[in-house]
Design a protein around this ligand. Structure first.
Ligand code: 13P
Length: 256
């Protein structure tokens, strides 16, 4: 599997700003075929981004996919403010980020809801990226691996056989938006644990499941992190908002 370098823009960029970004970014990645790139803009910009990327792909070979930052697990109905998998499919969205720590901690999403979203995403043909990660208190109490294990087992409950169609993102909460990334050794320790757990859950059928790292990834630390054996890509927040910085992170991973 090629590395996946994914951009999570969170609640940033209008439609206009998204199109300006893609004008710069798409030509820059034309020759980068060996890595898969994903961009997850806010819902409001998905449609314009999708049209722009599809038009660009008709003329050029670029390995870029579109992602959503969240979704609800029901196809349609009285769920004010929510977006369904059918709506994402219509926009040619390939990936959906599920259980991001901001969804868990700011919006109160729990493992059982996250599991329903994971099941729905897989059934809808979207490739979910399940986000897991401990808080600083949990790390200091030595609970990192048990938290990650609980989030993984619960998030993947009932869809263990679908692990080849799922990616995982380890994003320690204390590293998100803080400028303090996990060291390569800290990332590797958790990624190795995640790899063995998904190997067990999938009965060895996990070779297509990538384990991404997220949390203050930038063009300075990307190379050291990607060198770790079980780091299969990145989920990048703030450093993905600038097309040149994001491009730099991608090229850093190519030179390893
Ligand atoms: P930062 O890269 O801004 O730390 O955000 C990481 C993240 O949450 C990606 O999903």
């Amino acid at each position: 599997m090629s590395y996946l370098i994914a951009a999570n823009w969170k609640m940033n960029k209008t439609v206009g700003e998204t199109l300006e970004y893609l004008d710069i970014f798409l030509p820059s990645i034309k020759d980068l075929k060996s890595v898969e790139i994903m961009i997850a803009p806010p819902f409001t910009a998905l449609s314009s981004a999708s049209i722009k990327i599809d038009a660009y792909k008709r003329e050029n070979e670029v390995n870029i996919k579109l992602g959503a930052q969240n979704m609800y697990y029901v196809e349609k109905g009285a769920f004010t403010g929510e977006i369904s998998p059918i709506m994402l499919n219509e926009l040619n969205v390939d990936y959906v980020i599920i259980g991001h720590s901001e969804r868990r901690h700011i919006f109160g999403e729990r493992d059982d809801l996250i599991n329903k979203k994971m099941i729905s995403a897989v059934e809808s043909g979207l490739r979910p990226i399940l986000c897991i990660g401990e808080t600083i208190e949990e790390r200091e109490q030595g609970k990192t691996l048990s938290v990650v294990e609980r989030q993984l087992r619960n998030g993947l409950s009932g869809i263990e056989k679908d692990l080849p169609f799922i990616d995982i993102a380890y994003e320690p909460v204390w590293a998100i938006g803080t400028g303090v990334n996990a060291t390569p050794e800290q990332a590797q320790e958790v990624h190795l644990f995640v790899r063995s757990l998904i190997n067990e859950l999938s009965k060895g059928n996990d070779s297509k499941t990538r384990i991404l790292y997220g949390g203050s990834v930038n063009d300075k630390n990307a190379r050291d992190l990607i060198k770790e054996k079980n780091v299969d890509g990145f989920l990048v927040g703030s450093a993905s908002l600038d097309p040149e910085k994001f491009y730099k992170i991608i090229t850093e991973t190519l030179e390893v």
